[in-house]
Design a protein around this ligand. Structure first.
Ligand code: 6PG
Length: 250
């Protein structure tokens, strides 16, 4: 295991979410102190919901919400009020409960019928925010999850988005789900100052061992392709998710 990769194993999901909230708070304070703002891209799915709820309750008064700028690393191709919407999940769990200015929240407008134009629009949103008409923006933090098939964001095994090296955001057809997803591309993930994978539960144990310890093609396990070129990579796990790893670091 590369020494630039940190693996933190917490005993329970509750301890995992508390540690993740603490790590995010620390990164936020450092970013605001150094650059006056904290830019973070959030992951969807079910795992991070408890983390978002924790941030909205325990950190409601301690985080510099007005200096925090929220993006999404991926989104389903649905309207913002759809049950599958990552925006809806984050808004309900956290953003609607904290004093973050509405202008600091940049959701992916995935309700557009044409996923490609929604992706293009979000790419322009990123370029305008980071004032970068070219090149790859550096998020302070990108929070990621991982599916049982080793996908992360909406970079699924064998999908076209894995090949993208210049676009920031693309529409990605996921055959097994029979749907388009909108996703950051690998260059954006790997340009982050810090990437935190948050992985919980026994159902992720086998794929986590494969991704972290086995010599397998990244194409088949896209989470393996996330290696920030200059940033930190932190895997935050609970003991159940880490139970198949040969190393049990804390
Ligand atoms: C999404 C996420 C996705 C998620 C994994 C893990 O839109 O679903 O961005 O990459 O992180 O699928 O999901 P769970 O946390 O629900 O297992």
């Amino acid at each position: 295991m590369d020494s630039s990769v940190e693996i933190r194993v917490l005993t329970t999901p509750q301890e995992l979410f508390a540690a993740a909230a603490e790590a995010i708070a620390q990164l936020a304070m450092e970013a605001v102190a150094e650059r006056g703002r904290f830019t973070l891209a959030l992951s969807g799915g079910s795992t991070p919901k408890s983390l978002y709820t924790l941030l909205a309750t325990n950190a409601r008064t301690s985080l510099p919400w007005d200096r925090m700028f929220f993006f999404w690393g991926d989104e389903r191709h649905v309207p913002p009020n759809h049950p599958d919407s990552n925006y809806r999940m984050v808004n309900e769990a956290m953003l609607s409960k904290v004093p973050v200015p509405v202008e600091n929240v940049f959701r992916i407008k995935a309700e557009n019928r044409d996923a490609a134009s929604a992706a293009q629009e979000y790419e322009q949103t990123l370029r305008k925010f980071f004032q970068q008409e070219s090149g790859i923006p550096n998020f302070d933090l990108i929070l990621l999850g991982m599916g049982p098939d080793g996908h992360t964001a909406s970079l699924f095994p064998g999908t076209a988005a894995l090949q993208e090296r210049s676009r920031l955001v693309v529409a990605n057809w996921v055959e097994k789900l029979k749907t388009n997803r909108l996703t950051f591309t690998l260059p954006v993930l790997n340009a982050a100052r810090c990437v935190i994978f948050l992985v919980s539960g026994i159902d992720k144990a086998a794929v986590l061992k494969t991704v972290l310890e086995d010599d397998v093609p990244g194409e088949q396990y896209p989470a393996k392709l996330v290696r920030p070129s200059a940033g930190k990579l932190i895997w935050m796990l609970d003991r159940a998710a880490a139970s198949a790893l040969s190393i049990q670091s804390r």
